[in-house]
Design a protein around this ligand. Structure first.
Ligand SMILES: C[S@@+](CC[C@H](N)C(=O)[O-])C[C@H]1O[C@@H](n2cnc3c(N)ncnc32)[C@H](O)[C@@H]1O
Length: 228
């Protein structure tokens, strides 16, 4: 199932994966953990919740489950805020246990270390079924490509595909339309990518697009809001 990947250590000390086939990493080399917190937690989940403190459950859709880092940080957030989250993620190439069991994300921030067991549980959860992971976090992960996936309505989209120059088929206007048309009024789309064409396409698809400061080492990132 999984492709050949190598564990690497990024500049903030957290792991990421290198995929030789694409000559691509799963996260920014400047810091995987910092990137995930900045792009998806801070400018995604936190931003949406600040605008919508009374709307739950929060429906998150993620493109690319990968290392499970975004899912785990979202679970920790849901438990800390006591806000129900329904998390849908897709991944055509699930990682093997010998890879995900070595990842060091649960050791980065000792204040949330007691959530560590959930990291393995997220990986071990049955694919293709809704699973109650914790009091406030339900997840469904599907082994499927974005091209073939059936999507549900979402409040937040974590668009975490490989970069457009490595995987252009996931950044076409048609694919972006498939994703953005599932977004509820007021929903937010967030990605580390700052490519001009992606921003123009998201804008053409009706989102209010913002260029925001990127995580350390990256100048910019992109966020888009569906009008409420
Ligand atoms: C940039 S990585 C990020 C993964 C994850 N969010 C993380 O933090 O580890 C991109 C992910 O998209 C997955 N992927 C590859 N092709 C895909 C496709 N056609 N549809 C959906 N996901 C895909 C990869 O296997 C990989 O896990």
């Amino acid at each position: 199932m999984g492709k050949e990947v190598k564990i690497i250590t990024t500049e903030d000390g957290s792991h990421s994966l290198f995929l030789p086939e694409l000559n691509e990493t799963y996260h920014s080399f400047h810091g995987a953990y910092r990137e995930s917190v900045h792009v998806f937690m801070l400018y995604g989940l936190e931003a949406w919740y600040t605008k919508n403190p009374d709307r739950f459950p929060i429906r998150i859709f993620e493109v690319g489950f990968g290392t499970g880092l975004n899912a785990w940080l979202s679970l920790v957030w849901a438990e800390q805020y006591k806000v129900p989250v329904l998390y849908h993620s897709i991944e055509p190439f699930p990682l093997e246990k010998d890879i995900y069991s070595q990842l060091n994300y649960t050791e980065v921030d000792h204040t949330i270390y007691h959530y560590a067991p959930y990291f393995q549980q997220l990986h071990e959860a049955t694919w293709g079924e809704g699973v109650i992971m914790s009091e406030y976090f339900n997840m469904k992960k599907d082994i499927i490509t974005l091209e073939d996936a059936t999507l549900y309505s979402s409040d937040i989209v974590f668009f975490d595909a490989f970069a457009p120059n490595k995987q252009p088929e996931l950044w076409t206007k048609e694919i972006l339309e498939k994703v953005t048309e599932t977004m509820n009024p007021g929903a937010v789309f967030t990605t580390y990518c700052a490519k001009g064409q992606v921003k123009r396409d998201l804008s053409d698809l009706g989102l209010e697009v913002e260029t925001l400061p990127g995580p350390p080492g990256k100048k910019e990132m992109t966020r888009g809001w569906r009008k409420g």
